[in-house]
Design a protein around this ligand. Structure first.
Ligand code: NAD
Ligand code: ZN
Length: 289
């Protein structure tokens, strides 16, 4: 079946999907959810695919994949900080939606059988109520900064004196002075994983995420385009183990292809619409203690 045909009918939680959820709920392995920018799109936070993501410096337009790099930070730290402080303002103004809340419900129902891996830096899962211990923020969190000179891996909240920023707001010298490492006085950087950097466990919980994938009974992928490495690796580990993938997305993507190829389900629809239904079906199948 061609991908478009597969999406020709609106996604419903049909008997096949329900059977996959029931079998996963009855198993003993980890119920793993992997989220991307799509789950926060309905909260008003743009994904990296729309034109809202572009950032202008002088006469040049930069794509997010150019701004979110160590190379850009080295060349123009003030501009990169301006971009992050603007995006942080957008994230902080947003509220969790029904998709985030459904994953909190899944956590409450399955407690330590449930693990959430998120690529989002917006902190909305935590604000919705997902517990920090089982929420692996593999790309960091935009509300935090750390020493750019790596004197330690301590995370510091972005100082509250730095208020909301519009796209046009400048960063004053006083504000730049606040963005200094409290320990060594050198500049800080946003606590995010940039496209030209590598995952690790201490800062980004990468090994924990792969461990959860190896234990997974089911992988539920939500709103991610698969442009980054660890999420693709997670899906490959789950598929190799013969466990199903359920993909929720408004468009086709590599996880949907893997779901179709390895006996899972590619559901076309929005996260806020579909997740409450999927989680309700999963929770209903939970065996009584
Ligand atoms: P992406 O922007 O590359 O892709 C977003 C995906 O979400 C697409 O596949 C799109 O079809 C899908 N989508 C859009 N609206 C949806 C909806 N309502 N329901 C379900 N799916 C929907 O994002 P990505 O794959 O997460 O990765 C890019 C990088 O961007 C990551 O490193 C992430 O940290 C960063 N990012 C984070 C945020 C955030 O924290 N909210 C926002 C933008 C980018
Ligand atoms: Zn320092």
């Amino acid at each position: 079946m061609r991908p478009r045909d597969c999406y020709a009918r609106p996604a419903v939680i049909d008997d096949d999907v329900r059977a996959t959820l029931e079998s996963a709920a009855r198993g003993e392995g980890t119920l793993l959810a992997l989220t991307g920018a799509g789950i926060s799109a309905e909260s008003g936070i743009p994904t990296f695919r729309g034109k809202e993501g572009y950032w202008t410096v002088g006469s040049r337009e930069y794509h997010p994949q150019q701004m979110a790099t160590h190379a850009a930070f080295t060349r123009m730290p003030r501009e990169v900080w301006r971009w992050y402080l603007y995006r942080r303002t957008v994230c902080n103004a947003a509220q969790p939606n029904a998709g985030h809340r459904a994953l909190v419900e899944a956590d409450h129902t399955f407690t330590d059988r449930f693990v959430l891996v998120t690529q989002n830096v917006d902190g909305l899962h935590l604000r919705a109520g997902s517990p920090p211990a089982r929420t692996l923020q593999i790309h960091g969190n935009i509300d935090f900064m750390r020493c750019a000179d790596e004197c330690s891996i301590t995370l510091y909240p972005v100082p509250p004196e730095i208020g909301p920023k519009t796209r046009d707001d400048d960063l004053s010298d006083d504000e730049l002075a606040l963005l200094r490492c409290p320990s060594c006085g050198k500049p800080t950087r946003p606590h995010v994983l940039w496209f030209d950097e590598s995952y690790d466990e201490e800062l980004f919980r990468a090994a924990s995420a792969l461990h959860a994938a190896a234990d997974a009974e089911l992988l539920l992928v939500v709103g991610t385009a698969g442009a980054t490495n660890l999420p693709l690796q997670i899906a490959a580990v789950v598929a190799r183990a013969g466990r199903p993938i359920i993909d929720v997305n408004v468009e086709d993507n590599p996880f949907a292809q893997a779901a179709r190829e390895y006996g899972g389900h590619a559901l076309r629809g929005s996260a806020a619409q579909l997740l409450p239904k999927l989680v309700a079906a999963l929770a209903a199948a939970r065996p009584a203690c």
